[in-house]
Design a protein around this ligand. Structure first.
Ligand SMILES: NC(=O)C1=CN([C@@H]2O[C@H](COP(=O)(O)OP(=O)(O)OC[C@H]3O[C@@H](n4cnc5c(N)ncnc54)[C@H](OP(=O)(O)O)[C@@H]3O)[C@@H](O)[C@H]2O)C=CC1
Ligand SMILES: O=C(O)CCC[C@H](O)\C=C/C=C/C=C/C(=O)C/C=C\CCCCCO
Length: 329
């Protein structure tokens, strides 16, 4: 019998998550039935969506939702062999049983030298979010100017690098000077710390006096309200996330955006990366190629130890991560 450790949502979040919202439990896993697999998590992801989705999809006592890179340690399913690594969506667990239907094998061309944790970040759902958000929502053209916030994060850092590959000028903002330095290192044309600028409006205008063709919005809120007024005519806004609001106890009341939307004939489109589920293989292949060619740089914020998952999650929401936040078990 294998004992799995799991993190459950003890109490729904009110405002910012706290360690006390979580409970660490042990579950004795049964012996495998025919067709089943036993897997051990090796890297687990902590993502912003977990905050809003927990209220929508979970009840207190449930195992926290999430994805992981896991290794098959026992198999009674001829389609899967021991030792193979997969991406699963089994939540915050050290070990779990699967029938194999919900597992995605890492691309067969995955080099041994490449950290498998990237399958949770740049060469995984966040990277795909950047890829499809830019390609299919922003529809960037060479020579255009792209703005991205939370730019040093899992999604934002890929947005900026893909926009550079696709011939754009890229402006990014992040919440620390170290992150701003990182953005410039990976090729952003302009970058600023939104927490320390005296005026967001001035900082955006200085970074791109002619305005922005595309705005890849990961943050929402006041930033988005200011940025929309600096969009060029016929600009496109990809509404990817609103992390500035996930932890609100009282909904923010931002200024209305209708007037610039109409006057500048903007297109603002919300999207979920799962809308392109049938093209994830295309995206992963492209992202893996760019990473191997050195055209897309990766950075991970690795927290050691399953017992530190809540702290890693809270830290990511507070901006303590540079690059994709993952937990190494
Ligand atoms: N639509 C979709 O399919 C998907 C949407 N998303 C969304 O994309 C966004 C980025 O996700 P991801 O790359 O995984 O996360 P990140 O790796 O970017 O980590 C979150 C970052 O958000 C920033 N942040 C947190 N709170 C605030 C705030 N109040 N104001 C401004 N910035 C804040 C912090 O960076 P900083 O130092 O810059 O403050 C923090 O590091 C999220 O909104 C997420 O929900 C992600 C995946 C799929
Ligand atoms: O199991 C699930 O459904 C989670 C799937 C996660 C998976 O890896 C794929 C997609 C992740 C999408 C992330 C989306 C965002 O981060 C956007 C977050 C919030 C938007 C508002 C949600 C409001 C819910 O009430």
């Amino acid at each position: 019998m294998v004992t799995a450790k799991v993190w459950v949502l003890k109490k729904h979040f009110e405002g910012f998550p706290k360690i006390s919202n979580f409970d660490l439990k042990e579950i004795e896993l049964p012996n495998l039935k025919d067709g089943e697999l036993l897997l051990q998590s090796v890297f687990l992801s902590v993502d912003p969506y977990m905050r809003p989705y927990s209220r929508r999809d979970m009840k207190e006592g449930d195992v926290m939702i999430g994805t992981q890179v896991a290794r098959i340690v026992e198999s009674k399913n001829p389609a899967f062999t021991v030792g193979v690594f997969v991406v699963a969506r089994s939540g915050w667990r050290t070990h779990f049983i699967s029938d194999g239907k919900d597992l995605q094998a890492l691309p067969s061309s995955w080099p041994e030298s490449l950290p498998r944790s990237l399958a949770l970040g740049t060469i995984g759902m966040p990277g795909l979010t950047a890829y499809f958000g830019l390609l299919e929502v922003c529809k960037t053209k060479p020579g255009e100017t792209v703005l991205v916030n939370a730019a040093a994060g899992a999604v934002g850092s890929v947005v900026g690098q893909l926009a550079k590959i696709w011939g754009c000028k890229v402006v990014g903002c992040a919440g620390s000077d170290d992150k701003v330095a990182y953005l410039k290192k990976i090729g952003f044309d302009e970058a600023f710390n939104y927490k320390t600028v005296t005026s967001l409006d001035e900082a955006l205008r200085k970074a791109s006096p002619d305005g922005y063709d595309c705005f890849f919005d990961n943050v929402g809120g006041e930033f988005a309200s200011v940025a929309i007024n600096q969009m060029k005519k016929y600009g496109r806004i990809a509404v990817c996330g609103a992390i500035s609001q996930y932890n609100d106890t009282v909904p923010q009341k931002g200024p209305y955006v209708q007037i610039p939307m109409i006057f500048k004939e903007l297109r603002m489109e919300g999207f979920l990366v799962t809308s392109w589920n049938n093209r994830w293989e295309e995206g992963l292949k492209a992202l893996l190629k760019w990473v191997m060619e050195g055209k897309v740089k990766c950075h991970e914020q690795v927290t050691e130890g399953f017992e530190n998952m809540p702290a890693a999650f809270i830290g990511m929401l507070k901006g303590e991560n540079l690059g994709k936040a993952v937990v190494k078990v």
